[in-house]
Ligand binder design. Structure first.
Ligand SMILES: [Zn+2]
Length: 99
């Protein structure tokens, strides 16, 4: 938790990954190694779904957890070869606090 606090105090944040079918200039310029990009995208979501990161970085951690959960559910349909669902499990401590 202290490392995340330190990085956030230094202005470091994690940007949401671009969608799988994003057609922006940045995505058009990248190489065609889809497997590598899928892994990179999932690594980003793994970091974004960290309960510590969500609680420290989000103004509304519950809303953010639900948004990420929804996004990961959608992603699990598109990228079936990866264990996207396992990332959603990281969100359970936050999502179940309100229950
Ligand atoms: Zn893009």
């Amino acid at each position: 938790m202290e490392i995340v606090k330190l990085l956030l105090s230094m202005g470091e944040t994690i940007d949401d990954p671009h969608d799988v079918n994003c057609k922006c200039d940045e995505c058009d310029a990248r190489d065609d190694d889809e497997i590598r990009w899928a892994k990179t995208r999932l690594t980003c979501y793994r970091a974004l779904a960290s309960p510590v990161y969500i609680v420290l970085q989000s103004q509304d951690p519950f809303l953010r957890a639900f948004q990420l959960s929804n996004k990961l559910n959608q992603l699990s349909i598109v990228e079936k070869s990866y264990k996207v669902g396992s990332i959603s499990l990281n969100l359970h401590p936050i999502l179940h606090v309100s229950a």
